[in-house]
Ligand binder design. Structure first.
Ligand code: PEP
Ligand code: MN
Length: 362
C-alpha cells in the first residue's frame, strides 16, 4: 500500500498560507464510514486542502443532534491518515480544546454561537495558552464587529499566532433569501481592521441551501477572500444536521471547477498601471460629484430663503414624486438601478431639506 505523507506543524502552516485555502467536510461527523467516505472523496477532487467536521454541535433546541462527541475524534484522525489532509473542528469550551488536541486536530475553529459569548471565548482562549495551533474565528451570530474583534483579541492574548476569520453571515429576523444575511460590508470592515489576517467565506451557513452556494463563493473570491469553508457530505439528504445546505464531494468539485479565480499575476506592472489610471478617473469623478452636490445644496438654500419669505412648507410631495419618477425613467435608460436611484435621491433629498431648514430656522 502506498504510504500517505502526514501533516506536520510545518506543512499545516504551509496549508494555512495556501491561497485559495479550501476547507470542506460534513457539518457533523456522524459515523466512521460517513467521515472516511466523505474525506476520501473530497481528497480525490484534489481541490480540498483541509477536512472539517463538527464533533460537538451547538443546537438551538435540546433533542436535536448535538454531535457525536469525542468518540468521533479518532475517525478524523483516521481520515487524516488516509488522505494526508489536516483536520479542523469547532471547539466551544476548554475540555473540547483538550480533547481535539489529544486527537491531533490540526486547526481549531470557534463557532458563531461561541463568538457571541465572551465567557466561552475566554475559556477557549485560556485552554489555548501555551499551545501552538492555528485558530479560525467565525463571525458572531449577530452583526456586531466588536464581539468578533473581542474574540480575536482574547485568542491573540492567549499567545495564538495564527488567527484567521470565517465569514458565515449574520442572523436577521424574517430574512428569507439567505439563512444568514451575508452583510458583506461588515466582513470587509473586519478585514480592513485586521489586514494581515486571512478571511475565508462559509457560503454553506450563509446560504442554507444548495442552489446558490456557487454565487456566494464567486462573490467572496471576487472580493479577494483568502479561501472558502464549504460543507460536504457523502449523502447530503441523509445528513443528521444542515442537510439542505450540504453537497456531495462530486458536486463540490463541479462548483469549484466553475469558480473564476482571481488572476494571480497581481504583480504585473501593466495591470497596476491600468488599475491606477482607472482609480484616478474614479477619484476625479467622485470629486466632481461632490462639487455638484454642494452646488445643488446652495440652490436648495436659495429656495429655502424664498419659501421662508413666502411662508411655504419645505416638503412638497408632488414636486418630489415628479423628480423621482423622472429619475427612475432616466436611470433605466442609463443603467442605474431603481434601488440605487431611490437610495441616492432619498439621501440627497434629506440633505437638501436639512439645508433648507437651516435657512428657514435662521
Ligand atoms: C458549522 O460550521 O457547522 C457551524 C455550526 O457553523 P456556525 O458556527 O457558523 O453556525
Ligand atoms: Mn453546519
Amino acid at each position: 500500500m502506498q504510504t500517505i505523507e502526514q501533516p506536520t506543524k510545518e506543512t499545516v502552516l504551509q496549508t494555512w498560507n495556501k491561497r485559495p485555502l479550501i476547507i470542506s467536510g460534513p457539518c457533523s461527523a456522524e459515523t466512521e464510514e460517513q467521515v472516511l467516505a466523505t474525506a476520501k472523496a473530497l481528497a480525490a477532487t484534489g481541490k480540498v486542502d483541509m477536512i472539517r467536521a463538527g464533533i460537538w454541535k451547538p443546537r438551538t433546541k435540546p433533542g436535536m443532534f448535538e454531535g457525536i462527541g469525542a468518540k468521533g475524534l479518532p475517525w478524523l484522525q483516521q481520515a487524516k491518515k488516509l488522505t494526508g489532509l489536516p483536520t479542523t473542528v469547532e471547539v466551544a469550551n476548554g475540555k473540547q480544546v483538550q480533547d481535539a488536541l489529544t486527537f491531533d486536530v490540526d486547526v481549531l475553529w470557534i463557532g458563531a454561537r461561541t463568538t457571541v459569548n465572551p465567557f466561552s471565548v475566554q475559556e477557549v482562549a485560556d485552554a489555548l495558552r501555551g499551545v501552538d495551533v492555528p485558530v479560525l474565528i467565525k463571525n458572531p451570530i449577530n452583526p456586531d464587529l466588536e464581539l468578533w474583534s473581542g474574540a480575536v483579541e482574547r485568542v491573540a492574548r492567549a499567545g495564538i499566532k495564527q488567527i484567521g476569520l470565517i465569514h458565515r453571515g449574520f442572523h436577521t429576523y424574517g430574512n428569507t433569501e439567505y439563512r444568514n444575511a451575508p452583510m458583506w460590508h461588515l466582513a470587509i470592515e473586519m478585514k480592513l481592521r485586521n489586514p494581515e489576517m486571512m478571511i475565508i467565506n462559509d457560503p454553506s451557513h450563509i446560504s442554507g441551501r444548495r442552489d446558490n452556494l456557487s454565487e456566494i463563493m464567486q462573490k467572496a473570491i471576487d472580493l479577494d477572500y483568502d479561501g472558502l469553508m464549504i460543507e460536504s457530505h457523502i449523502d447530503p439528504d441523509k445528513a443528521w444536521s444542515d442537510a439542505k445546505q450540504q453537497v456531495t464531494p462530486e458536486r463540490l468539485n463541479e462548483i469549484l471547477e466553475k469558480i473564476i479565480w482571481r488572476r494571480e499575476d497581481v504583480n504585473s506592472e501593466e495591470y497596476h498601471a491600468a488599475l491606477e489610471k482607472l482609480r484616478q478617473q474614479i477619484n476625479h469623478l467622485d470629486d466632481e460629484l461632490m462639487q455638484i452636490l454642494s452646488q445643488r445644496m446652495r440652490i436648495a438654500e436659495q429656495i429655502g430663503q424664498y419659501k421662508k419669505e413666502n411662508n411655504i412648507t419645505i416638503l412638497q410631495t408632488n414636486r418630489w414624486n415628479e423628480i423621482i419618477e423622472k429619475a427612475f425613467a432616466k436611470g433605466d435608460r442609463i443603467g442605474l438601478s431603481k434601488e440605487f436611484i431611490m437610495k441616492y435621491f432619498d439621501a440627497v433629498h434629506m440633505e437638501s431639506i436639512n439645508h433648507q431648514k437651516k435657512v428657514m430656522d435662521a
